[in-house]
Design a protein around this ligand. Structure first.
Ligand code: HEM
Length: 312
């Protein structure tokens, strides 16, 4: 049964969070409640040479692991334009036999909410006004006054155009995780995925001339020239960086290499339809932090999966 609130008074539960996504973006049968527009690809993940110093996991014993990848546009509208100044998503499942690790990442370093209550309020403030066909700016201002954590990701998105390619934008975990390496000591870190081809956003010309859907064809063409590669690192916190508030940026105190992702081919259409990437599906050696956003994600993703399946 779906729960609308949790035991913690006033904290929205998974169904309430998915309802908020559905109310803002509409219900689209069989589609994900968020990141509804997307497609899958395949490739491999090669762990970094010294990875076990930082994260000791049997998963990384293999020299190369299979990777299933889904690229997506943020939000629950499957017809959204690839040119929209919203986040892009990268979900990666790295697997070896029965073990796997899901990384579920966004193209900005911070999330738009620090807590589930803020998440729901952010979305409620953006329900489109039937008359203006736009969110009501007064409601957005009221949300920002109550939840200043909701202002930082929109400011970053407004500062540049949309990514020119799924292969030329960085991706970030926003949430922190706890890594255990050879010495057994815990290290809290965020994950950053950097495109080897560099970061490129659309030019004014591109924004004018490109069709609303270009990202999938662009990646397909790019793959004809060889694998699309990303370096995956753990970012260590500087003093004062919050370990539990994913709406705040980190100053950071260096990075540790985790490995390289090579995307080699698009997957057959529909490959990911029945799949859910779970942000707390972690291998031995990696544990979730107590960030309330991270803590609430898995249950919401399960509600979305159930609704997708029930709509079939
Ligand atoms: C409380 C906070 C959040 C909630 C309630 C939430 C909710 C959801 C839901 C319901 C889905 C669709 C799941 C499915 O049907 O498979 C989804 C997908 C996704 N979310 Fe979140 N999300 C949250 C935070 C985040 C954060 C912090 C990130 C990354 C930094 C993120 C990245 C993504 C991505 C990339 C997808 C698409 C996964 C795929 O391609 O299958 N979300 N989210």
């Amino acid at each position: 049964m779906e729960t609308t609130t949790t035991a913690k008074q006033g904290t929205p539960g998974p169904a309430a969070m998915v309802d908020a996504l559905n109310n803002t973006f509409g219900k689209h049968a069989g589609k994900r409640a968020s990141h509804a527009k997307g497609f899958c690809a395949v490739g491999e993940f090669k762990p970094a040479a010294q990875v076990d110093e930082f994260v000791l996991s049997p998963l990384f014993a293999a020299g190369a692991l299979h990777a299933t990848v889904r690229f997506s546009v943020g939000g629950g509208n499957p017809g959204v334009s690839d040119k929209s100044r919203s986040v892009r998503g990268l979900a990666i499942r790295v697997s070896e036999g029965p073990s796997s690790w899901d990384l579920v990442l966004l193209s900005e370093p911070v999330f738009f909410a620090a807590t589930p209550a803020s998440f729901v309020s952010f979305l409620e403030a953006r329900v489109v006004d039937p008359e203006t066909k736009k969110p009501n700016p007064e409601k957005v201002a009221a949300h920002n006054a109550k939840f200043p954590d909701g202002t930082r990701q929109p400011a970053l998105l407004a500062a540049h155009a949309a990514p020119a390619s799924y292969g030329t934008t960085p991706y970030f975990s926003n949430n922190a995780f706890i890594f255990h390496g050879k010495d057994g000591a815990p290290h809290t870190a965020r994950i950053i995925v950097t495109p080897v081809a560099g970061t490129h956003y659309l030019s004014d010309e591109d924004e004018k001339n490109l069709p609303d859907s270009f990202l999938e064809a662009e990646l397909e063409t790019r793959l004809q020239g060889g694998a699309v590669e990303f370096d995956i690192v753990a970012q260590l916190p500087a003093e004062g960086d919050s370990l539990s508030d994913s709406s705040t940026a980190w100053t950071g105190a260096g990075t540790v290499a985790l490995g390289r992702l090579s995307v080699t081919a698009l997957a057959a259409a529909g490959t990911c339809d029945g799949l859910v990437f779970v942000p707390v599906n972690l291998p031995a050696g990696i544990a979730p932090s107590d960030d309330p956003i991270l803590q609430s994600r898995a249950a919401a993703y399960a509600v979305s999966l159930k609704r997708r399946q029930d709509a079939q």
